[in-house]
Design a protein around this ligand. Structure first.
Ligand code: GTP
Ligand code: MG
Length: 220
C-alpha cells in the first residue's frame, strides 16, 4: 500500500505579506533558545546545513492580514564575528541579543550593529537582554548602548519565557511596516518588481479567461 504523501505547507501561497527577520549576537547568548521559545507551538525547523543556518517559518495574522515570517538564525559563523552578506540580504528587521551574565556579549553589540548598518542601514533593530531569570536585578541596570542608538531594549528570558512573545510580535510589526514604507532604494526596486509580477499574473489570468470564453463561443 502506498504511504500517503506528507501535507505540503501551502500557507505561503495565501500570505498577503512575507517578511524576513534576522537574529544577531555572540555565540551562546540564547538566539536559538529564544526562537524555539517563541515558535514552540507550531514550528517547523528546516536545517539548511549547507548554509550553516536554521530557517524557521512562522505564519502570523496582523491586522486581519496573514503574514509569513522567515526567521533566520545562524549556527557557527558567529565564531568569526562576521556574517555572510546573504544573511542580511532583504532582511526587514533584526533582533540583536546579548547575555546579561556576560559583559563581553553586551560590548560586542557595537560590532554587530556596525555590520548590520553596513548592509541594512534602516531596518528596525530591537535590542534584547537575555537570561534575566539568572539575575532579576539586572533589569534595574541601564544599558546605554540601546538608548544611545535610539533602539528599543527588552529584558527577556528564553528559559522562563518573560517578554519573548512581546519581542517577537514587535519585531514582526516593525518588519511589516518597514517593508511597506521603506524609502531605501533597493527596497523600492524590490517592491516595484513584486507589483510588476503581480500585475503580470493578473493580466495573464485575464487573458486566459478571454481565450477560454472565445473557445467556448467558437462555432466548430
Ligand atoms: N539561564 C538561562 N540560560 C539560557 C537562556 N537562554 C539560553 N540559555 C542557555 O544559553 C546557552 C546557549 O543558548 P543558545 O540558544 O544555544 O545560544 P545561541 O545564541 O543560539 O548560540 P550559537 O548558536 O552558538 O550562536 C544554552 O545552554 C541555553 O540553555 C535564558 O533565558 N536563561
Ligand atoms: Mg544558535
Amino acid at each position: 500500500m502506498a504511504t500517503p504523501l506528507p501535507e505540503p505547507d501551502q500557507d505561503k501561497y495565501d500570505a498577503d505579506e512575507r517578511v524576513k527577520i534576522i537574529c544577531l549576537g555572540d555565540s551562546a547568548v540564547g538566539k536559538s533558545k529564544l526562537m524555539e521559545r517563541f515558535l514552540m507551538d507550531g514550528y517547523r525547523p528546516q536545517q539548511l546545513s549547507t548554509y550553516a543556518l536554521n530557517l524557521y517559518q512562522h505564519s502570523a495574522t496582523v491586522g486581519g492580514r496573514s503574514v509569513l515570517v522567515d526567521f533566520w538564525d545562524t549556527a557557527g559563523q558567529e565564531r568569526f564575528q562576521s556574517m555572510h552578506p546573504s544573511y542580511y540580504h532583504k532582511a526587514h528587521a533584526c533582533i540583536m541579543v546579548f547575555d546579561v551574565q556576560r559583559k563581553v556579549t553586551y560590548k560586542n553589540l557595537a560590532n554587530w550593529y556596525k555590520e548590520l548598518r553596513d548592509y541594512r542601514p534602516e531596518i528596525p533593530c530591537l535590542v534584547v537582554a537575555n537570561k534575566i531569570d539568572a539575575d532579576a536585578k539586572v533589569t534595574q541596570k541601564s544599558f546605554n548602548f540601546a538608548k544611545k542608538q535610539g533602539l528599543p531594549l527588552y529584558f527577556v528570558s528564553a528559559a522562563d519565557g518573560t517578554n519573548v512573545v512581546k519581542v517577537f510580535k514587535e519585531a514582526i510589526h516593525k518588519a511589516i511596516s518597514y517593508k511597506q514604507n521603506s524609502r531605501d532604494f533597493m527596497d523600492e526596486v524590490m517592491r516595484e518588481l513584486e507589483n510588476f509580477e503581480l500585475e503580470q499574473t493578473e493580466q495573464d489570468s485575464e487573458k486566459e479567461d478571454e481565450e477560454e470564453e472565445e473557445e467556448e463561443g467558437a462555432v466548430p
